[in-house]
Each structure stands twice: as structure tokens, then as C-alpha cells.
Design a protein. Structure first.
Length: 341
């Protein structure tokens, strides 16, 4: 399975002509009865060997972390980060293996965080709330710096999302350090961070509305990072899951999910729909229970949501066309093109 960025790289390398690449995309779109831009392609597996190598990497890296941790807390993280970078030189830079590359990026950035936290726990194990927040900000910023170095060397699409998440954590930690009495503001701060990451994702998306280059892959992971930050913070602030969901709250949750669906259709990204799914399931289940369907509440909830999501998938293009056509032209030009009827 090849991604859009693989095809683009093949054109750049001269392996195929631009005309052949365009013909291939048109052929695949015709076979699937959907334009390539609507498929949200991203490469996770290049073959079963990706899974085989990933299992081996997990075993090796877990062992290195435990061995290093038995020596000293920071050593485990240092070994993990160093090994991840070295292995990426082969599996990412040379072999271009998708799943191992994602795994090695995450363990590299995580190893940096582990090492720094280990240092602080060794040097100053008892810190106040403000000092802890400052340390967290420093660790997150170093992790963001590590992600930037990894991007400069390997350019794995998920790296930008990892860096954005780390920077968001840095910002939240700095605010909590400056104002330690606003612990309750963590969800609004996370929402602001999620919106910022979403805006950053849209910047990458708008630079490649046809989704034919690595920029679209980067935007995919950024949307996947921003969506749970936005969805979870909004629903947590509403108090969903902090008690029984009444009919009024359930209607609010459903209305918000419809709003998420509108945004997802407009930007042609489905991450928001997935991130808010648990909340809308709980809300609909509460509505069925309040209506008296106690025994079949779970089954009816699954039936309604499953049918709705399948219908949304089947009619994604006409629904998106109906929505986008009503947007201002200046905005439409910045969004992925709508498939012609």
C-alpha cells in the first residue's frame, strides 16, 4: 500500500512521470467511486514486516529501558532515546518503514522526557506545585526540541504532531506555574491548546488542498492530536461522566456532536467525530434510558450511532458538497476540493 507522499516522492525521483501519477490517482479514485482527497490516506503499514519489526523493537526498547532504569532513573530514558535515534537511522532513513518509524519517534521523544524527569526526581524529589509545573514545562519544551531535531533528520509526518503536543503541554505548565491557584482551568487551557493545534493543522492542510504531498500526512496527525484535546476538554467542562447525564445535557452533547460533524465535513477530516464518540454514545444511552428503554438502551444506542456513522460515510461527498457550497468563496478555496456530482 502506497501513500500520496510515496507517489509524490516517486515523481520527484523520476521513477514515474507526473502524468502517470495523475493517471494512477484518477484510476484509484474511479475504482473507489471517491476522490483521493476524501480518503484521508496515511501510511501505517508497508507490509507485515512492519508488524514483525515493531514487535522486535518493542521488546528491545523495553529491555533497554529496564536495564538502564536499574542503573539509574535517567539512564533508562537516555538509553531509550539513543537507541531509538540509532535504529531510526536504519528503519526510518534507509528502509522507510511506516509503523517502526512512528514507534521510534514516540520512544525517542518519550525517552527524552523519561530521562529529564528521572534527573529531577533524583536531584529534587520534593517540589512544590509551582516548581513541579516549571519542571514539567521545561521537560515538555525539551521534548518539543527533540521532536524538532527528529523532524529535521527523518521527516516522519507524526513528528510535527508530537512537537505540537509537547509545546501545548509546555504552555499549559507555564500558565499553571505562574498561577498555581487556577488548577480548575486545566480544561479551558487544554481547549485553547487544542484549537491552536487545529489551526496549525489547517495551515498544513491549506498548503496542500489536493492532499498529494507529505504536508497532508503531517496535517492528518495534527488533526488527530487536536481532536481529543478539543473534544475531551469541552465535554469535561460540561461535566459529562461526572454523574448521571440528564435529558438536557444529553441534548447539548448531541448538538455539539452535530457541530463537530459539520466541522469534520467542511475540513474533510474525521478525527473530531472519533474523539467525541464516547460522549455521544453516553448521551444517547441516557436519552433512551430516560424514555424507558432500559434493557435495550445499549443496543438501541449502538444501532442508532452505528447507522448514523455508516450513513455519514456513505453520503460523505454529497453532504460535504451541500455544506461547502454554502460557505463563502474565500473559505471554499482554502478547503479540499469538493468532488463533482
Amino acid at each position: 500500500m502506497y501513500s500520496e507522499s510515496d507517489i509524490d516522492a516517486a515523481v520527484s525521483a523520476g521513477a514515474i512521470t507526473p502524468a502517470a501519477a495523475a493517471a494512477l490517482r484518477a484510476h484509484v479514485a474511479a475504482r473507489h467511486a471517491t476522490p483521493a482527497v476524501d480518503e484521508e490516506h496515511f501510511r501505517l503499514l508497508t507490509g507485515f514486516n512492519d508488524i514483525f519489526v515493531s514487535i522486535a523493537l518493542v521488546l528491545l526498547l523495553v529491555a533497554l529501558g529496564q536495564i538502564g532504569g536499574s542503573i539509574a532513573r535517567p539512564v533508562g530514558g537516555l538509553l531509550l532515546a539513543a537507541a531509538s535515534w540509532g535504529l531510526a537511522e536504519y528503519f526510518t532513513a534507509r528502509r522507510r518503514m511506516a509503523l517502526p518509524s512512528i514507534l521510534l519517534l514516540l520512544t525517542f521523544v518519550g525517552g527524552i522526557g523519561w530521562a529529564l524527569v528521572g534527573v529531577m526526581m533524583t536531584v529534587a524529589p520534593h517540589l512544590g506545585d509551582r516548581a513541579t509545573a516549571l519542571v514539567a514545562a521545561g521537560v515538555a519544551s525539551c521534548m518539543a526540541g527533540g521532536a524538532w531535531l527528529h523532524w529535521r533528520r527523518f521527516m516522519v509526518p507524526i513528528t510535527v504532531a508530537a512537537g505540537a503536543a509537547a509545546l501545548t503541554g509546555t504552555g499549559i505548565a507555564l500558565v499553571l506555574a505562574a498561577f498555581p491557584d487556577i488548577e480548575a482551568a486545566k480544561w479551558p487551557l487544554l481547549l485553547v491548546g487544542g484549537i491552536a493545534v487545529f489551526a496549525f493543522a489547517m495551515r498544513w492542510d491549506m498548503s496542500d488542498t489536493e492532499r498529494r504531498t507529505r504536508r497532508a500526512d503531517v496535517a492528518f496527525w495534527l488533526h488527530l492530536t487536536a481532536a481529543p484535546m478539543i473534544a475531551h476538554s469541552i465535554f469535561q467542562m460540561l461535566g459529562v461522566f461526572r454523574g448521571d447525564i440528564g435529558a438536557g445535557m444529553a441534548i447539548v452533547v448531541l448538538a455539539l456532536y452535530v457541530g463537530f460533524a459539520g466541522i469534520a465535513l467542511a475540513v474533510d477530516r474525521r478525527a473530531l467525530l472519533v474523539s467525541g464518540l464516547a460522549y455521544v454514545l453516553a448521551a444517547l444511552y441516557a436519552l433512551f434510558r430516560s424514555a424507558g428503554a432500559i434493557e435495550l438502551g445499549a443496543a438501541l444506542t449502538a444501532f442508532v450511532i452505528g447507522s448514523a456513522l455508516l450513513s455519514l460515510s456513505a453520503f460523505w461527498q454529497p453532504m460535504r458538497r451541500a455544506l461547502v457550497d454554502r460557505l463563502p468563496e474565500s473559505l471554499r478555496l482554502r478547503l479540499p476540493p469538493v468532488h463533482a456530482a
